[in-house]
Design a protein around this ligand. Sequence first.
Ligand code: SF4
Length: 245
Amino acid sequence: MVSDKLNIVEVFSSIQGEGEFVGYRQVFVRLAGCNLECDFCDTPSSRTNMIEGKIELTAGKRDFKKVENPISIIDLSNYINNLLMVPHHSVSFTGGEPLCQAEGLAKLLPHIKGCIYLETNGTLPEELELVLPLIHIVSMDIKLPSIIHQEVWRQHRQFLSIANACDTFVKIVVTNKTNGIEFQKAVELVAAIDKKIPLIIQPVTPIYDCEGVTPDMMLLWQEQALMLLTDVRVIPQTHKFMGQL
Ligand code: SF4
């Protein structure tokens, strides 16, 4: 990958549908590529590089233009800053896993005229160090073994220790297959770094090949987390039922 270019999937203006900043208007920059294979991935087409990406030209108008990948840092920053002519809370770099292209990201971010919000699976700590001075908010997932079929506790611990230097919250997607032991391990991992880090429990959206989490289970997960953390919220993916991208 040439580091002064980036492989993108799409760029558009929308409403943040998940996590602590739900409801805020953001420019979303969806980068291609991912280092994990999660069950219930809601952006499977972002996991590999594509020949073309698409960019919204007018914020919220869905007037997408196709662009060739990889796109130059300068062209991409111009498209993003153009969307920022309409007031937005921040620019969300998402994926895929945006840190798979950390070198290019580190070159792009100084050109962006807005608050930088990173949505990440929290497994690439060395790549995070490369961009952290340029990031304002980190939305970090903790991936439970029942969803990714491997254990990444060490990477998550290292990642969160580094990310905690800026405004960071943690999100955990729970399903009806989540078990209490892995959930407890995730909560203990966060608490060992800082009990005040906000934790968002996100019940899986039951539009995939899975059942939703029962209301009783949501209460149980929240109670379990509140035994160790001070700020624990349950927030589903709201953009799905708002009909937003
Ligand atoms: S980390 Fe995100 S993009 Fe990658 S497989 Fe998991 S859900 Fe999909």
